[in-house]
Design a protein around this ligand. Sequence first.
Ligand code: SF4
Ligand code: SF4
Length: 81
Amino acid sequence: MAIKLAHNCINCEQLQDGNFCKKHKVTVGEQYTCDSFNMKAAILDERNCLTCARYEETSCANPEKAAPAMLCASWAPQAQA
Ligand code: SF4
Ligand code: SF4
């Protein structure tokens, strides 16, 4: 099972400074989401083989194709510093 980015307010493009949702005009947090969720483009852009915990590891789903501009459904987040 692939681990994916959370579809919650923290990753939504509607979120503004102060955890304020500009669509619903309310304060939200990471525990919330709604049907209008839309992933921030910047976060989507960060997902590729170079940011995948499986890159050049035996757990990579596509070792023959893995490359910096590549992305597959088995992408997994790297450990946070
Ligand atoms: S309430 Fe919906 S639209 Fe607003 S930030 Fe959260 S997911 Fe995005
Ligand atoms: S091919 Fe898939 S599993 Fe392999 S490094 Fe790229 S995103 Fe990760």
